[in-house]
Design a binder for this molecule. Sequence first.
Ligand code: GUN
Length: 292
Amino acid sequence: MILLDGKLVSEELKKQIAVEAAELLEKTGRKPHLVAVLVGNDGGSETYVASKMRNCEKVGFKSSLIRYDNTVTEAELLNKIQELNQDKEVDGFIVQLPLPKHINPDVITEAIDYRKDVDGFHPINLGRMQRNLPCFLPATPYGIMLMLEYYGIETAGKHCVVVGRSNIVGSPMSILMARNAKPGNCTVTLTHSRTQNLKDFTLKADILIAAIGKKNFITADMVKEGAVIIDVGMNRESSETTKSGYKLFGDVDFDGVAPKSSYITPVPGGVGLMTIVSLLKNTLAAAKREIY
Ligand code: GUN
């Protein structure tokens, strides 16, 4: 079993990003600038956004945080998005999800200029992704592709089973793995909450991507010997034994599954760290105006 080490890979890729950001600063006098919009104070979102901002500074980007409380209206948020779309000092921006119930995330996502949509959630970016055209890829799936690439894991002709069909992870992941690209060229099965006899599918997976948001959902009996296991789970539970006051659990029962796997991502220390690298890569591409 080989551990897919998100810490190692993300640090390496961040070094390359920092070099490119320094070159861009030298050439243009500007740092790539990422803006994050955060609504409310969901514990997970707070942590993720703080980490995004911190990592921007680490690689020599400028970052700004715009906060609203839970009572912000959709119209107010749309106004801010228009402003950010037009602001030449902003290369890319994200609106952290989830949003309060009275705000429609699809309306917000579509209002973002696709050329600044470094989350890769806009339908133009999703459509271009499906066609293998230049676009911003959604951060978590992109991070998984970078991880597979880094470790030289062969994907062509393999059976990839994705568990979970979210807009952010499962659905785009299934498209990326099926594309005629490297990594890619998988036979893909996308499973979800209505899938019957899930285990029949997961047992056939050469590459299993778990993105369901349920702690230790994938157990050893559901996994084929030698499978590549990618755990996207970010299940937070409060804990008195950690400094942060919470503990993170994956969707995969690591202790049970790891001995059967060829490669496996830990939680924490796996996919989560790669997601941030993708956001940085997208922001750099936005600053270079590579997507237009
Ligand atoms: N919430 C969970 N993951 C993400 C992400 O990648 N981007 C945004 N904007 N919100 C998220």
